[in-house]
Design a protein around this ligand. Structure first.
Ligand SMILES: Cc1cc2nc3c(=O)[nH]c(=O)nc-3n(C[C@H](O)[C@H](O)[C@H](O)COP(=O)(O)O)c2cc1C
Length: 161
């Protein structure tokens, strides 16, 4: 099997968003974003030129679950794989549910070289699941919160017009 082919073209055309950062986790500057693929740009609305010296925290906002992003940090420091989901925000301010894996990439050395994330917007899928749950229980707290966050955005956008 030949490994010599254009990896960048493959990365650029993956269906999931890909983000690569350096391995500094300290606030406020780390982890610095080094690369994002096209699916990531489409998902978030940010352009590559806006991302130099930025961290993935640009995606966080009011409803981002601090426990989830805190557990990402703990997992990475323990050299484990993170998988989780929380509210993130596009450049426009629109909330979406980000579902992602995050882990270290190793080169020749035993210390991590990069952190990489495979990311997906699962808002639509979760919306369908939670609509079903509301049919069974119209007071389902998780489902009500989900739809109220999306509604809050719709209302604020209308007001801004
Ligand atoms: C490769 C990578 C991708 C990340 N992607 C996201 C993301 O999509 N959304 C998010 O809220 N945090 C993401 N983070 C987490 C934040 O960058 C940060 O590590 C997290 O907020 C915990 O650190 P803090 O408590 O200092 O904020 C990512 C981190 C890494 C290393």
């Amino acid at each position: 099997m030949q490994l010599k082919f254009d990896w960048l073209i493959v990365l650029e055309n993956l269906r999931r968003g890909i983000m690569v950062t350096d391995v500094t986790l300290q606030r406020p500057d780390g982890p610095r974003i080094l690369y994002v693929n096209r699916a990531w740009i489409k998902m978030t609305g940010y352009g590559r030129e806006e991302l130099s010296n930025k961290t993935p925290r640009i995606l966080q906002g009011k409803h981002t679950d601090r426990d989830v992003v805190g557990s990402l940090k703990t997992k990475l420091l323990n050299r484990e794989v993170f998988h989780g989901q929380t509210w993130n925000y596009r450049k426009s301010g629109q909330p979406f549910l980000m579902n992602w894996y995050c882990y270290a990439i190793y080169g020749e050395r035993p210390t991590p070289m990069y952190y990489v994330a495979e990311q997906e917007d699962v808002t639509e899928l979760e919306g369908l699941r939670l609509k079903q749950r509301l049919l069974v229980n119209p007071n389902d707290a998780e489902a009500l919160r989900f739809f109220s966050i999306l509604e809050e955005w719709k209302v604020s956008r209308k007001r801004a017009r």
